[in-house]
Ligand binder design. Structure first.
Ligand SMILES: Nc1nc2c([nH]c(=O)n2[C@H]2C[C@H](O)[C@@H](COP(=O)(O)OP(=O)(O)OP(=O)(O)O)O2)c(=O)[nH]1
Length: 160
C-alpha cells in the first residue's frame, strides 16, 4: 500500500574521525545506469518495523560490511526540510525533518566514524568504488544532484 508521505532513506557521512575529521568515505553507485558512477552517502531505505538508526546500521553492514559509531545528525535547513510524518507505528522514531532525495524520497543523514578504523573496506555490489577522500576534495566529485545541499551543510558544520 502506498504511504501517505515520502519513504525515508537514511545515510551516513562517514568521516575518518568524528573528533578530528580529515577525510570522508565516498561511495560511487553501481546502479541504476543513469546514476552509475555518481557518488552518494552510503545508506538506503528504511524497512517497515525498523528505526532510522537501525536501518542505517543494517544498510552499512549490507553494503560495506562496515560497523560505525554514529555522531550527530546533519539536519536540513528549514527552507529545504521535509517535515516528519505523523507518528506511524510501522516506522518507529521517524520523527525528524529530512532532506529531499531523488525519486521523491526523503533522507536523514548522520555523521559517523568506523567502529574499527583499521578494518579494510569491503564494498559490495551496490557501489562501483568506495574510497577515502580528503575533505577539501569531496565536493569536486560527481555527486547525485540531490546530495549537493547536504554537502554544503556538511562543510558548514565541519568548519564550525
Ligand atoms: N543511499 C543513498 N540514497 C540516496 C542518496 N541521495 C539520494 O537522492 N538518494 C536516493 C537514491 C534512491 O532513489 C534512494 C535510496 O535508494 P538506495 O538504492 O540507496 O536504497 P536501498 O539500498 O534500500 O536499495 P534497493 O535495495 O531498494 O535497491 O535515495 C544518498 O546520498 N545515499
Amino acid at each position: 500500500m502506498a504511504l501517505p508521505y515520502p519513504r525515508l532513506v537514511v545515510s551516513a557521512a562517514i568521516l575518518d574521525s568524528l573528533e578530528h575529521p580529515t577525510a570522508m568515505l565516498c561511495a560511487a553507485r553501481s546502479y541504476p545506469a543513469e546514476h552509475a558512477g555518481q557518488y552518494e552517502l552510503p545508506g538506503g531505505k528504511v524497512d517497515p518495523g525498523e528505526t532510522p538508526e537501525g536501518a542505517l546500521v543494517r544498510e552499512l553492514d549490507e553494503e560495506l560490511s562496515l560497523a560505525i559509531r554514529p555522531g550527530a545528525e546533519l539536519r536540513p535547513p528549514e527552507h529545504l526540510a521535509i517535515g516528519a510524518p505523523e507518528p506511524d507505528p510501522t516506522f518507529p522514531r521517524d520523527t525528524a525533518p529530512a532532506w529531499p532525495a531523488m525519486h521523491g524520497y526523503r533522507m536523514r543523514v548522520w555523521l559517523a566514524e568506523p567502529a574499527d578504523p583499521h578494518r579494510a573496506l569491503r564494498p559490495g555490489s551496490a557501489h562501483e568504488s568506495v574510497r577515502w577522500v580528503p575533505l577539501d576534495e569531496v565536493e569536486v566529485l560527481d555527486w547525485l544532484p540531490a546530495d549537493l545541499p547536504i554537502l554544503t551543510g556538511l562543510r558548514a558544520l565541519l568548519s564550525r
